[in-house]
Design a protein around this ligand. Sequence first.
Ligand code: CMC
Length: 438
Amino acid sequence: MGENTLTITDNRTGKQYDLPIENGTIKAMDLRQIKQSEDDFGLMTYDPAFMNTASCKSRITFIDGDKGILEYRGYPIDQLAEKSTYLEVAYLLLNGELPDRAQLSDWTRNITYHTFINESIKKVIDGFHYNAHPMGMFEATLGALSTFYPDAKDIFDKECRQKQIYRLIAKVPTIAAFAYRHRIGMQYAYPDNDLSYEGNFLNMMFKTTELKYQPNAVLERALTVLFILHADHEQNCSTNAMRSIGSAHTDPFSSLAGAAAALYGPLHGGANEMVLRMLREIGSIDKVPEYIKRVKAGEFRLMGFGHRVYKNYDPRARIIKQVADEVFAVTGKDPLLDIALELERIALEDEYFVKRRLYPNVDFYSGIIYQAMSFPVDMFPVLFAIPRTSGWLAQWVELLEDPDQKIARPRQVYLGHRTREYVPIERRKAAESGAVGA
Ligand code: CMC
């Protein structure tokens, strides 16, 4: 019996099994040999929501949820947020190392070259109803892009894959900004490739009659920090969707549309929008204790609080709080900040939150900053999706190059009826047909 093994005794049969332990895991497939009889399927694990299942080996992002640590390719998030740019971080996530000057200039040039979208894609966006949610338009337009680039199906050709990576990172800000302009009924502002990635996004969002849009340097930098903080977060819900769809060898535009759909949910990237709506609903500091009481009574959740992995302060929330001060120095303070600070103060002292280790997450403060920068609330999930595109793509490439990976296909524990005779409609009783769906 080796040292790095797990011995399991099956009390049904009295048999013992030695399973190898590698990287703190046992292989779920090693359990399959544990059977009661020859025709038994073999043992499986039951793990809804992947609470304790590693679905891949990865070298991209490290999180220690208990200590509140987040690193991209080994670099601490606070150092990247302080010193780097979003495009540099995107390169790091995708290539494993920070670029040197020549690599960065090449990377930036290639992405800048692809910022424009086909004029027909504008027609796709034009087709949406005037009040369509920008995240819905964003997702659908990404899916539509796959029809413009049929070559993207060639996912095992590295050169071709690289081209789609340039296209996607370059075009997501353009699609996002165009969705916003459509929503407010303004003409589209085309990319300005003299500006930085973030500066150009601000240009496409907010340019009006000026001949050349000049982004405010503080707001541009704040957006850089926010983009860096949102770039990747290992196997979260949307990344898992990206990997799951990608495992079917779907093209990256369609896979990314699916990942964006997962991000849209209020428990994931839609939470920043929900935080703002919650703060507006609370309305003033004196209403905070009553609101917390209702959260504790289970009426609803405190949005922007809690995390599957972080059982400590989310390091991204700490950095965002600092950025808030810089942004407010330019835009003026948002009164919702005081409500958020009071919510945080009370929650961090309250036994309900302390016992469950619920701390502010990345979404708690990001919305207040976005609002101060004039982004409408329904753009918040889109602002999350733009930088997360590089993380989704890095995880997708890792998936395609990983010989352990196959098409994602979980098992189930089937508890429904077994084989029975078809019942003609005239012989069915209401109670019976109800039972079928139960
Ligand atoms: N407010 C109140 N109670 C909460 C909250 C919250 N925000 N989050 C978790 N709890 C309670 C929950 O009711 C449960 O209590 P009990 O043990 O008494 O039943 C306990 O804490 C554990 O919750 P859980 O649902 O088992 O935790 P989870 O790991 O499945 O969920 C989460 C993680 C992020 C979905 C959840 O904390 C949540 O719904 N938070 C609010 C939404 C939010 O802010 N999401 C953004 C997450 S960070 C960015 C991202 O991933 O996109």
